[in-house]
Design a protein around this ligand. Sequence first.
Ligand SMILES: Nc1ncnc2c1ncn2[C@@H]1O[C@H](COP(=O)(O)OP(=O)(O)OP(=O)(O)O)[C@@H](O)[C@H]1O
Length: 293
Amino acid sequence: MLRARGLGKRYRQRWALSDCTLEIPAGRVVGLVGPNGAGKSTLLNLAAGMSAPTAGEVEVCGGRPGSGPAQLAKVGFVAQDAPTYASLTVAEHLRLGARLNPGWDADLARDRVERLGLDPAQRAGRLSGGQRAQLALTLGIAKRPEVLLLDEPVAALDPLARRGFLQDLMETVAEHGVGVVLSSHLITDVERVCDHLVTLVGSRVVLAGEIDDLLATHRRLTGPRRDPATLPADQHVVTASHTDRQSTLLVRTGSPILDPAWAVSEVGLEDLVIAYLEPPAPATSRPTLEVLR
Ligand SMILES: Nc1ncnc2c1ncn2[C@@H]1O[C@H](COP(=O)(O)OP(=O)(O)OP(=O)(O)O)[C@@H](O)[C@H]1O
């Protein structure tokens, strides 16, 4: 679905995305997470063909982004600000979608607009932010792409609309096998709908892989205070915190933790992501740019 090798984008002196190497299998629902300014929109824009790489290369569905009509038909992209044409009505947006997209699903578009209660005669400029986002998402879904790239698709939606949208998305994925990459700051949403995770921090991929694998290979260890550097070589310390007597470590390892000194517990996705967003603790061997499968 998406393959990036050494992909980078620089604006003037500053790298918005650096040395990004990823391989995401077809049909996945990928959560793209990371702090503000980490490079999420930059990666999605590169994948959509909205901007060109400064370094490396990216392929989406086996083709170069934006390379021609066939490639454009494969990819649906809804940018962060859910762009629509302010002076066109909702109905005119659907007509435009039908003219511009060879695989346009008019029934789906009409049904969705009806279900959302959008007035077909209303100009997009007069819709609320959330309604505009719903219209933009409808256009993205109804073009029936192979891959949908969604930049913070639920940010402007109320909680009920957000739940409804994620439900729709899951149904679209189940019915049509469309792959999705969605950026979000809401890890609970990512946990609900995604099976693959990419975490960006400071323009770099710090954690990527199938969510089940990531959860299975990270553990929280609590026990008597200990220097993280004394752990076995196959236990990579992601974060460490200490009191006078106790250490709490989050480690990545493929093997069971056998040391009886540790109380071992599983880690939830939110805690796992937050651990990778934190600056690394000193004297730890935190892994970087690790693609886990
Ligand atoms: N057109 C541009 N010109 C110059 N700098 C840019 C441009 N677009 C993005 N950047 C910079 O690139 C970096 C990454 O931005 P990007 O929008 O990809 O982050 P993001 O992870 O999507 O953030 P957010 O969560 O806030 O949406 C930031 O430092 C940003 O200032």
